[in-house]
Design a protein around this ligand. Structure first.
Ligand code: NTF
Length: 824
């Protein structure tokens, strides 16, 4: 295919020859080796260093421009940034991908092998962390002043191995051999106090002051990762904090002969940034997690204030200069921390400090699941952050006595209901309430979710302050999720609409005009086939399973959780398998069901579902009676890098959460963009995807959100569905036998139990029949090759709205109000 490519335009772009020289130079002068001796790891690092010559220069120009303009900036505080690999993305964004590829080819190296050396930067669990990564890409692309703040975890999300069908967690050591993208900034180290007690002192002026005497001190070391915008005008930073023991501690103890004690101190301090908590959705009440949250918020606020003070002598302009976005409640402790700094350290009075805080912070909610709404025990706060607890109490007192009392006079029940402190056996701080009470905006992440945030999660707060609630529908960066991961389709679009689509994804809608064009359809579906052939090879390598690229590739990739209903998918696979066994002539297109999912290590049922998928795969894939019509694949260690190979190869995108539970989803957008058809419920952003591509181009099934609520209210009884549907009963009963686990009956029984005795909290059985019918519609549609191609094209061409650049512009219009800054 001699297609043109969308290539970022960049005045700095290197020619192939210059790139070659630069790589060779870095092999020698940076890595101390040469072309003859270098291994792929060294070639990769030399390639990165060659790109960094351009990137670091832009980084400096950007920070200079921001400082000179004294521009308002957004500070995106997130405990997670799921970056994946950076090399290919950066090469594309700098506009030197082709030059790099050709240079490496000339040097006898394949760019794919070289880029495969890079470990994924997996500093996040799933959707929330990947969204943060897409957002900082868009912020840089759109030339907005922005800093991402997070934790420099030594170990990111665990590596998943599958042994005997079960998930085993292994540590992820992403920077064991160094990371060429990061820059350590010892000049910006921060000290973070912890524990201790609060003293009330009276100054000579008779004024009362609070002094927090910390019991421990740790140090935050910043590492900067350059965030390269498309076409590389702006290079922002992602600043990640690593914890270290504060120097004086080590030395005092060490000199007193306490070498072992000083080591203990050191490892305690370093534990803070050691690991990412591998819990998606649900929180763990761990002291270390609270310290992680406080640690990175404290470091980041000090950093923001330090930068502000370069140009200002008082705090009157602070909220004009800085907006701080809280990515879920995880960084909420930044609120009392800023209050503490302003009052205790800067000497502001409460009202002034409060005004600044409530004009600076904004909060994004990413989930409605009750178990995911963060609460921290009051006693834990008291122990770790005693002064912050006092401040939270005072925020709460004023909120209840002023605002709630004014709105609902004399209503103690309402005060209890809305209190930031939850009463009970263990008193808890409700972090989401603290956010809503403080922040000038609270937003949900898809239209439907934002409505539920108002109606179900915070109805009374919404009555108090309706103007504070917003929606910003999520998006994904087209640079990574089309340009870099699907070169073939990217080229086809560049031929069609020119090279600006990686910025303005709505340009792709031109392809709608060709949805019925036979030549266009063939080209589009040939590319799909190519991507399926490539994925088939990955599947063979990783799972030793042969799959036919002509089969329907039906993919569900996301964290494993009951509400996402991978087990509903499993029940349907079993039903299909049964139909094929009962009737060898059962008519269906060949189908490959592909899964990728990590389960939280302590989530037993989620791990049982992974085990079930693998056991069922063993049986189905080796059953000659069904003549290869059905294959099941569980790809181990699902992560960004694997995702990049899966989205382009999908025919069907499984988005089957119980309606009302998936806040948005972002995988759904990546699938559609790459030409897969959504099979989904009316949940999260699926609703908006259907709106954009048209109801006739998606397969919607199941109860909608209101029906889910109504059924639950009426008293849902899964047994009715079990006894009412013989096929469903048969597959559930199958799980109790040893059919899939020879000699070990009952190994898969926990799934059946949760769906019957367990009450089926996510209504799998209620949606089963409808899901199964939708699959029949998918199968029928796929037999109509032209009809399918038309729908695939329309999907890909119609999801321009889900560009994360659009999400960022929405944040800017509705919440952040930033101005673009063009560096020189
Ligand atoms: C996730 N939330 C939601 O479950 C997804 O639906 C959504 O697409 C992403 O956030 C991004 O907004 C979380 O991961 C968490 F942690 F909030 F539960």
């Amino acid at each position: 295919m001699a297609a043109k490519k969308a290539t970022a335009k960049n005045a700095l772009a290197l020619s192939k020859e210059q790139f070659k020289d630069s790589i060779v130079k870095h092999l020698r002068s940076t890595l101390g080796t040469d072309e003859a001796r270098a291994n792929n790891q060294a070639w990769w690092k030399a390639t990165c260093s060659a790109v960094n010559e351009l990137v670091f220069d832009r980084l400096t120009e950007t920070s200079k421009a921001n400082a000179e303009n004294d521009s308002r900036a957004v500070h995106y505080l997130s405990l997670e940034f799921l970056m994946g690999r950076l090399t290919v993305n950066n090469l594309h964004n700098v506009g030197v991908f082709d030059a790099a590829r050709d240079a490496l080819t000339d040097l006898g190296k394949d760019i794919n092998d070289i880029c495969d050396e890079e470990p994924d930067m997996a500093l996040g669990n799933g959707g929330l962390g990947r969204l943060a990564a897409c957002f900082i890409d868009s912020l840089a692309t759109l030339n907005y002043p922005a800093v991402g703040y997070g934790i420099h975890y030594e170990h990111g999300l665990f590596r998943q191995e599958i042994q005997g069908g079960r998930q085993i967690e292994r540590p992820d050591s992403w920077r064991e051999y160094g990371n060429p993208w990061e820059i350590c900034r010892p000049e910006s180290i921060q000290e973070v106090p912890l524990y201790g007690y609060v003293e009330t002192v009276f100054g000579e002026d008779g004024k009362m002051r609070k002094v927090w005497h910390a019991g421990r001190q740790i140090k935050g070391v910043p590492w900067d990762i350059p965030v390269v915008g498309y076409e590389a005008k702006t290079v922002n930073v992602l600043r990640l904090w690593e914890s270290k023991a504060a120097d004086f501690f080590d030395w005092d103890v060490f000199n007193a002969g306490g070498y072992v004690d000083s080591q203990a101190e050191k490892s305690q301090a370093e534990a803070v940034s050691k690991v990412l908590y591998p819990n998606d959705e649900s929180e763990q009440g761990k002291e270390l997690r609270l310290i992680q949250q406080y640690f990175f918020c404290a470091c980041s606020l000090k950093d923001i204030i330090r930068r502000y003070k370069r140009n200002h002598t008082d705090f009157s302009q602070f909220s004009k200069q800085a907006v701080i976005q809280l990515n879920d409640t995880h960084p909420t402790v930044a609120i009392p921390e800023l209050m503490r700094i302003l009052i205790d350290e800067e000497g502001l009075v409460w009202d002034d400090a409060w005004k600044i805080c409530s004009e600076t912070f904004a909060y994004t909610n990413h989930t409605l699941l009750p178990e995911a709404l963060e609460k921290w025990a009051v006693y834990l706060f008291e122990k770790v952050l005693p002064r912050h607890l006092e401040i939270i109490y005072e925020i709460n007192r004023r909120f209840l006595e002023d605002e709630v009392e004014a709105k609902w006079p004399g209503n103690d029940e309402m005060k209890r209901h809305l209190s930031i402190i939850e009463e009970g056996e263990t008193r808890m701080v409700r972090m989401a309430f603290l956010c809503v009470v403080t922040c000038f905006k609270t937003n949900g992440v898809a239209a439907m979710h934002s409505e539920l945030v108002k109606q179900d999660l915070f109805p009374e707060f919404c009555e108090l302050w309706p103007e504070r609630f917003e929606n910003v529908t999520n998006g994904v960066t087209p640079r990574r999720w089309l340009l870099a991961c699907n070169e073939e389709l990217a080229s086809m679009y560049t031929d069609l609409v020119g090279d600006q689509w990686p910025r303005d994804l709505t340009l792709l809608s031109k392809a709608n005009e060709f949805a019925d064009d036979a030549k266009f359809q063939k080209k589009f579906m040939d590319i799909k086939h190519t991507k399926k052939v490539q994925l088939a090879k990955v599947i063979k390598d990783l799972c030793d399973v042969e799959v036919d690229p002509n089969a329907i590739f039906d993919i569900q990739i996301k964290r494993l959780h009951e509400y996402k209903r991978q087990h509903l998918n499993v029940l349907h696979i079993l039903a299909l398998y049964r139909r094929l066994l009962e009737n060898p002539n059962y008519e269906m297109n060949k189908r490959v069901f592909i899964f990728g999912a990590k389960a939280a290590p302590g989530y037993k049922l989620a791990k049982d579902i992974i085990y079930a998928i693998n056991k069922i795969a063993d049986k189905v894939n080796n059953d000659e009676r069904i003549q290869g019509k059905l294959k099941v694949v569980f790809l181990p260690n699902y992560r960004v890098t694997l995702a990049e190979k899966l989205f382009p190869a999908a025919d069907v995108s499984e988005q089957i959460s119980t309606a009302g539970y998936e806040a948005s989803g972002t995988g759904n957008m990546k699938f559609a963009l790459n030409g897969a058809l959504t099979l989904g419920t009316l949940d999260g952003a699926n609703v908006e995807i259907a709106e954009e591509v048209g109801d006739e181009n998606v397969f919607i099934f199941g109860l909608n959100c209101d029906e889910v609520k109504a059924l639950k209210a009426a008293g849902y009884n899964p047994w009715d569905y079990y006894y009412g549907n013989p096929e469903l009963k048969a597959v559930l009963d199958w799980l109790e036998t040893d059919y899939f686990t020879p000699g070990a009956p009952g190994e898969l029984a926990s799934i059946k139990q949760s769906l019957l005795e367990g009450g089926d909290p996510y209504l799998c059985l209620a949606d089963f029949a409808s899901y199964s019918e939708a699959h029949i519609a998918v199968d029928k549609m796929y037999s109509d090759k032209k009809g399918w191609a038309r729908k695939a094209i329309i999907n890909s061409a119609s999801v321009g709205k889900f560009n994360s650049d659009r999400s960022i512009e929405d944040y800017v219009d509705r919440i952040w109000h930033l101005e673009k800054v063009m560096p020189n």
